[in-house]
Design a protein around this ligand. Sequence first.
Ligand code: FRU
Length: 324
Amino acid sequence: STEVDPVSIGFSQCINQDIWRMSMNHEMTVEASLHPRVKLTIYNANRKVKKQIQDIEKMIQDKKDIIIVSPFESDSIVPVIEKAVLKGIPVIVVDRKVNTSNYTAHIGADNIEVGRIAAKHIVSLSKGKANVVEIKGNSSTSPGFERNLGFRQILDKYPGVKVVTMEAKRDELVLDDFLKILNNFPNINYIYAYNDEIAYQTWMVLKKRGLEKSIKIIGVDGLNGPNGGLQLVQEGILEATVLYPTGAAEAIKLALKIANKEIVPKNNKLNTILIDSLNANIMSNQFDRITIQQSDIEQQQKVIKSQEKKYVSQNNLLKLLTFL
Ligand code: FRU
């Protein structure tokens, strides 16, 4: 292929509805639209492992040039990824990890590091003495497993920090379990939630009970925009969040390099960082700039499209006139 040949990219997204996934899809669409060669199709699996496998099967059948996958689970997706690679289609895994090394490249932040950052923040705020509720994700997903692992690795060294763990279901707080913990443990100081949406759900419960000032909440994702984690930190609803970037734009850039037969690193690690009241404003200003640039680009593309249409119709008219 040459630098001008079209590149068909299929993206298998595992979850449809939350804001993190929507922002991932949006970032990917914007980045793809910057490269006229790229033909991007997004498939949504809506948390269904079978559907995600079918979607990738379809991409193999359609002979996509590159497949990007944000896998739901780490194990069930392995055979179809290996099948694609065997058929010669490069596969880029973004965000969650898969339990095989048979893919072309992975892009994402380190979830063990995410857990460690949250734990270190609690240790430093509490000087090593605290009662913590951890709301972990599902262990069959790599962030569910690793965000807990990193958190525990640090806190195991601090016997003064006691942790009670419960699990989120389908990325949501299980209210009954949470209420039981609140009732059984009167002196909770911190909540560490698997993601910002769950963190916010815990805040609403605490607020109802008048506990929102005495218990500090730490989430994960740090998304910019309405209801995102950054805003929750700015509003003082969350004590902190750990940034977990989507990697969507980077995935498209990597796909193009692969299409151009460039050699790319297999592991592409994205940075993560603690966001608290000290840096939330700076972070959100930076992100806002990017968002403004993105919408400028979208606006310009609309103008170009409508001018193209005008050009085509005027050109047709011209042809007609010369013909007459
Ligand atoms: C959204 C989400 C995020 C999380 C990501 C990890 O679906 O739960 O909150 O950071 O998935 O894969």
